[in-house]
Design a protein around this ligand. Structure first.
Ligand SMILES: C[S@@+](CC[C@H](N)C(=O)[O-])C[C@H]1O[C@@H](n2cnc3c(N)ncnc32)[C@H](O)[C@@H]1O
Length: 503
């Protein structure tokens, strides 16, 4: 039995009753019931790599995926026994279990009507199975250690959006202040695909302070109360309500329905209300920290998400024994992801900046330590090396590399656009030298598309562009170019001159 299977079986033995007083669990026992539980999982993925993620899900879980119209999300059905494998997927950032999907939600005309409907919706949703999955999932979930403050200006804007007479009445009734702010942001929303309003229902600061005191005195006598928050992600067509209002009213109704306690930061359950045009998906978050952070401990100024690194590597279809090089590796996100997922290949990470090489080496070393602690035995190590070099002059034999995957300096936070005019053609030339003619391939990420296109136009004899994936990197419109090395042998410029010489 695999470790994952064993962990899953143990988890199925976990009592589902612990916190869920209002959710009856019937049947002979939680294990037998949960074993047959089928649920839909939603996952956020790097934009442009939805199909790659769908392919990974099909390959590893045998489930086919629905790719959402709302970019950067996929959905697939699983049996709860596969939950541990879902957390091991390399292409997904955040996971949630779907409570209900409305493909064409009948939004009413006025804000008051829509918000009233959201309130009524809370009590009508099929919460039971998703909550069982949430409960089983708590043992898989990596706890988030640090949260980031969000920009106060946008918070202010949300504050004003939420004001109104009607809402005051509702807030009094439910014990929430209106216009409460999302003072924290989860990695979930770092997905740049989600260019949308994000609001989270928050309890009144004062009320929650008071509640905390009250809670501490009640603690000894009363069983633990579930804490929750609602996060609304709203995008697309203009809606007559803000995400703040939707989160607040939907959250208020959930509180009434389950008798849970709203808590912005120390929540147990995070309910997601994802609204995209006329589509609504209500879900329960299964990840607290984005899975893309799993490999890296020493971050640099432009560390790439491991999920995007996975997508780029996968585009090149690595084969056993392939030599895979990232010649501008920074913190090593790409080769580290490569060495973890394609351990039957050899990965080389290089950079001209000694600080970057150091970070990459530290990241490799932390990962080894982590896996030794986890496995409880001395690890075999990872098939990876980190080297300091200049991409324009690589210490590698001509035609010795199968795959090059790299994230080139965009010329914004790293390097400069001006320098890219010299760097990009030199990179492409040197990469064409080391890459095996006929079979070699490269996946190159850049936002400096104009410069890249110009550099590539002079290299048609050695590189053929096969495919472009448009991605969004921290709000920048970037591209991953998949190139194939043509069969033409590399001819050094000096030899080219020689050919032209008559003697
Ligand atoms: C966009 S960053 C790569 C970030 C990396 N993917 C990560 O996750 O940290 C580009 C890298 O190219 C490196 N670089 C720039 N010019 C180079 C050169 N001539 N040779 C090798 N590396 C170079 C920079 O030092 C930088 O680390």
């Amino acid at each position: 039995m695999s470790d994952v299977q064993e962990a899953t079986n143990q988890l199925l033995d976990v009592s589902l009753h612990e916190h869920q007083k209002s959710i009856p669990v019937t049947g002979s026992g939680p294990r037998s019931e949960s074993q047959h539980l089928q649920v839909t999982i939603g996952a956020t993925v790097p934009t442009g790599f939805e199909q790659t993620a769908a392919d990974e899900v099909r390959e590893k879980l045998g489930s086919s995926c629905k790719i959402s119209k709302d970019r950067g999300k996929i959905y697939f059905d699983i049996s709860v026994e596969s939950l541990a494998q879902v957390h091991c997927l390399r292409s997904v950032d955040n996971l949630f279990v779907v409570v209900k999907e409305f493909k064409d939600y009948p939004f009413k005309e006025t804000k008051e009507e829509v918000l009233k409907d959201f309130e009524e919706l809370a009590g009508k949703l099929p919460w039971s199975d998703p909550l069982k999955v949430w409960k089983i999932n708590t043992s898989f979930k990596k706890k988030k250690t640090k949260r980031k403050k969000i920009n106060q200006n946008s918070s202010k804007e949300k504050t004003n959006n939420g004001q109104g007479d009607k809402t005051d009445e509702r807030d009094d009734k439910k014990g929430f202040i209106n216009n409460t702010l999302d003072s924290h942001i989860l990695d979930y929303y770092e997905n740049p695909a989600i260019k949308e309003e994000v609001s989270t229902l928050v309890g009144d600061d004062l009320a929650s302070c008071k509640d905390e005191k009250d809670e501490s005195s009640k603690e000894e006598t009363q069983p633990e109360l579930l804490k929750f928050r609602v996060t609304c992600n709203r995008a697309g067509e203009k809606h007559c309500f803000s995400s703040n209002e939707a989160a607040r009213d939907f959250g208020g109704a959930i509180q009434d329905y389950f008798k849970w306690k709203a808590d912005m930061t120390n929540f147990d359950v995070e309910v997601l209300l994802n609204i995209h045009d006329k589509e609504i998906v209500v879900g329960i978050a299964l990840t607290e920290e984005s899975l893309h952070r799993r490999n890296i401990t020493h971050f640099g100024p432009t560390t790439l998400r491991s999920t995007l690194a996975y997508g780029m590597l996968r585009l090149c279809a690595p084969q056993p024994t392939d030599i895979i090089v990232d010649p501008m590796c920074g913190t090593g996100a790409i080769p580290i992801e490569g060495a973890t997922e394609w351990s039957n290949c050899y990965h080389i990470a290089g950079d001209n900046n000694p600080l970057a090489v150091n970070r990459a080496a530290n990241n490799i070393s932390s990962l080894l330590t982590k896996s030794q602690i986890k496995e409880g035995k001395v690890s075999w190590g990872l098939p990876i090396d980190a080297v300091q070099w200049d991409i324009c002059n690589l210490p590698l034999r001509t035609g010795s590399v199968d795959i090059i995957v790299t994230d080139m300096p965009f010329g914004k936070r790293m390097g400069s656009k001006k320098r890219n005019w010299n760097l990009y053609p030199a990179c492409l030339r040197e990469m064409s030298r080391v890459c095996r003619p006929g079979t070699g391939r490269a996946a190159l990420l850049t936002q400096d598309k104009k410069c890249f296109a110009k550099a590539l136009s002079g290299m048609g004899h050695v590189w053929r562009k096969v495919h472009t994936v448009w991605v969004n990197i921290g709000g920048l419109h970037a591209a991953v170019y998949l190139l194939k090395r043509t069969p033409q042998a590399f001819i050094h410029p000096s030899e080219q001159d020689g050919e032209r010489t008559p003697w």
